[in-house]
Design a protein around this ligand. Structure first.
Ligand code: CDP
Length: 244
């Protein structure tokens, strides 16, 4: 007997969703789908094809680009676009600053939403879920998906929904440290700039008309401001066991 356990993790930028989701997926043997990476990949492809995401007249072209994007998660934390590893390229500040218009485009969202739902069901190639064995319950396979609208729009019937929040100064510091680690001396953004960018993106994500960042009614809220990654992962892992 095997069943599918879906975990939806939503929350504002740099709240620790991706790191938590990745480690949780590893511990449970579940697949991990980073929905933000999919919006980032579409933004990158627009950039590669010299299409300005801020150009309203390019709407149809942008939707057509989204449809052509072949996005895969070949291994935990790796993202492929059209067969190329873009895991690092999609995380530059340039991509991050141009993403909000792509993410508020209803037609792009529909293209990606269909792919996200298909990946969660295992109908599209994504990361493999081997699952784990629970006495008396058989093999539990599953998926961890993180983003902004996973619990509200993409997987409204997920078995577990977590809404992660954290103080904005702490989130900015975490993102700044992450960028510094990735880019080293090439990083030109200051901590202050990173915090301003985070606030602008959160506002855009919270106030857009379609699929805004919102806590689902049945989601468990988790404030990670003063938690370690290990504490976050363990807490969600225990929630999974309680629900099985
Ligand atoms: O890692 P970080 O929290 O900075 O962002 P991300 O999860 O990679 O998502 C980047 C952006 O994609 C977000 O700010 C949203 O505008 C958009 N996004 C979305 O609209 N819906 C999702 N399910 C995931 C991301």
């Amino acid at each position: 007997m095997s069943r599918l356990f879906r975990i939806a993790i939503d929350g504002p930028a740099a709240s620790g969703k991706s790191t938590t989701a990745k480690l949780l997926a590893k511990k449970l043997g579940f697949s991990y789908i980073d929905s933000g990476a999919m919006f980032r990949a579409v933004t990158l492809k627009c950039q590669l094809e010299n299409v300005n995401p801020n150009d309203i007249s390019a709407h149809n072209k942008i939707v057509e680009i989204a449809k052509r994007c072949k996005i895969r998660f070949p291994s935990l934390g790796k993202v492929e676009l059209d067969g190329q590893d873009v895991s690092e390229l999609i995380r530059t500040s340039d991509i991050t600053r141009n993403i909000s218009l792509i993410a508020s485009n209803p037609d792009v969202r529909e293209v990606l939403a269909n792919q996200q739902r298909a990946m969660a069901k295992g109908e599209l190639p994504g990361a493999v879920s081997n699952g784990f064995e629970r006495e008396g319950k058989g093999i539990i396979k599953g998926v961890v998906m993180d983003g902004r609208d996973i619990g509200t729009v993409i997987l409204p019937n997920a078995e577990l929904k977590v809404f992660i929040v954290a103080d904005v100064h702490i989130r900015a510091k975490r993102r700044f440290d992450e960028l510094k680690k990735r880019q080293g001396a090439a990083l030109t953004d200051t901590l202050d700039q990173v915090e301003k960018d985070l606030e602008a993106r959160d506002l855009a994500d919270r106030t857009r008309k379609i699929a805004p960042l919102l806590q689902a009614k049945d989601a468990v809220m988790m404030d990670t401001s003063y938690l370690t990654i290990e504490e976050q992962v363990n807490a969600i892992e225990n929630m999974v066991y309680e629900r099985i």
